[in-house]
Design a protein around this ligand. Sequence first.
Ligand code: C2E
Ligand code: MG
Ligand code: MG
Length: 785
Amino acid sequence: MFYSKRHLKSSYWVVSCLIVLCGLVVSCTNYFYELEQSKVSQFKAGQVFVQKIYTALEKKGIQVSAMVSFIQSLNGPMNPEQFDRMTASLRSEFHSPKTVYFFSKYVGQKNKQQYEQQQRKFMKDPYFAITPPGNRHEYLPLTYTSPNDFPLGYDLFSPYFTDREQNILARNNHSLLLSKPTYIGFNKGPKEQILAPNALLIHHSIYLPIDLRGDNFTDENGFYGVVGLHVKIKPFLGGLGAGSNGLAFRITDTTDKEAPGILVYDSESGNDSSLWQKDRFNRYSFSYGGRQWQIDTCPYRLNHAINWFRVFLPLLVSLLLAFLMGSYIRMFYFAYKKSLRSISYRIERDELTGLSSRYHVQKQFDHLLVECKESSSKLAALFLDLDHFKTINDAFGHETGDKLLLKVSQRLTSVLPDNALVGRLGGDEFLVLIKFKEEQDDFSVDNMLKEMILQLSQSYFIDNRNLNIGCSIGVAFYPEDGHDSETLVKKADMAMYQAKLAGRSSFRFYDKEMGAQFVRNVRIENRLRRALRHEFLELHFQPKVDLKTERCVGMEALMRWNDEELGVVSPAEFIPVAEQTGVILALGDWAFEQACRHIVEWQQEGLQVPPIAVNVSAVQLKRPEFLTNLLGLLDKYNVSPCSLELEVTESILIEDAKGCAELLRQLSRLGIKLSIDDFGTGYSSLSYLKDLPFDCVKIDQVFIRDIIEDQSHAALTRAIIRLSHDLNLQVIAEGITNQAQLDLLREYGCDIGQGYLFSKALGANSMASDPIIMALNQHQGDSDH
Ligand code: C2E
Ligand code: MG
Ligand code: MG
């Protein structure tokens, strides 16, 4: 039970943790999914961006190609107006306000003057000249630029020009060329300072077909010049919206595989260049204009695209669920705990008395035994049974019976020491367990038991009535009498039974003889059943003698049993066993049948027999079919009811006076004589003598046995005789063994005597030869005569 409670409590945590764990797992999965998605989207954003750069470069290239085509289509040298128109249209069409377009014309040494004159005229500048000065084999003077940011006439083949190589390369290639990052320095001499690269140039050489060369000063291959454009890196690339798409980017020129890359642009330079050290960026590359560019992109925040709502939602939901679930389980747990408590209370408590229940007391018994074993202490098991509780129940109803039980249990607990465990086993049976203190001795237990009986036997005032009840207690000790609860309860029960037999309202300690007795009783029961089946029993008859006339006035039928194994067993021993086990019913039927059979036999033999008294146990009388069976038997053997007498002990009257009264009256009306047997030993309440239809009182042989020696027995006997006579009852004295007893009884006026002085019980066959019967027949014969 407790295990389950703990289990439920821990399951509350387990379930809550499991739910949160599930939420956490889903959240983590979502996080990694989102991270992956964000990487994919970042990669795609990078791709789009790279495409943008490439497209921007391509547009520049288209413009350069357009310039080449335009110049090739002219029929002579290009004048400044033509160049301006061309660049103006390109600028507006491609929205390139900051691009510098330029055209450098190839001039051979021999054409230098002619070229300068032509340009002075075109430019309306009388001082136009190719710079830096000096005689060179070939010139590539800046002829036109738009806007006019560059010095016109500056020779791009000049050895001092920072971008000379690029122009030579352009001349040798017939395609678009993109420069590496460069700074255009129009130096006049070698000592000029070279500044940090900040621009890109896109060149294209112009070659004219032979027919157009004319006076256009081409070289022998038709090289006419170079067109190109110049863009500042920062505004050009920075204007591509790198910041707005959340990406940082870095472009490296990796054309030269042997050399380390040349940094073209780094959007993060000066900000957070550590971004490129974390190896979390995406890398792309493309080639354009003869150069290989490697582009690294990286979002400013790596996880900026993560949908945090989606990540945290499962965790939040699981937390909420765990909370709700937890609350629910807690609620359930508390309700469960409460109902468990009430169930266990119901299981452990006896509903009526509030004492420990049978289940609980047995469980506690086992615990106590373990404790006693460990501490080597002693334990007393007291089996307590109320005397004649059923009578009270039947007489005053179950409600009164219940109230009495409650009061008894309250009184019981008040008498017992604090460490006693009191339980109700059911009905009017109680079990008390007392662990011995070391100093406690058997004497104190004796006193305690006496006190218990005394207290419990005091009157109870219930429903305006004073009720009296006694109790019998049997005691068994651990470890002497047993080591387990079952044995100890059984032995205490046996001892209690002995206490009851000993006259109730007493206690008995279990001893080995009781055990032996129990074993013998079991044997007797088995053998008795067998004896009944095989008719090993006999009915003997003891005469009852009229003390005045000394004639036989009746006979008592007494059972005799000589068992093969047990030998002769007295009815005083086997009748109680038969009563306890229920064998008495069959035994009683057998006795009646035998009695009737013998009466008929004797009658057939012509023998006069007085009425035969058959002993009847309480159990037999309580049987509803008792009367019908008896009548059936009398009918079967055609025996007159007057030939039969019944002897009942007074205990039946105490136990069930009401129930018996009607039956006894019916029997009496039929003419069957009734005697109270063993009078004086039990409760000797004479009140029922006057109310019930008894004919005789049989004084118990205990009083007769020492009637001579014991004054009180003599006095009692005389009193019983007087009282019975006053009530018009005959008195029979049992167990007269000597003349002195007979004389005294005669003196007291006793009517009938029975005992060995007259005759022992006789076998049916020896009846005819018995002097008393013979005398009776003789007398009968005389009177007939
Ligand atoms: P009880 O009905 O009081 O029977 C009288 C007992 O006293 C008989 O013992 C009898 O043999 C014995 N007795 C008679 N005269 C003397 C005497 O002078 N001295 C001594 N010491 N004893 C004497 P028994 O036959 O052993 O029966 C014992 C009890 O068993 C009976 O006591 C009766 O209660 C019961 N019993 C016997 N037969 C039956 C039966 O068929 N049915 C029932 N229900 N009980 C029976
Ligand atoms: Mg008798
Ligand atoms: Mg008797």
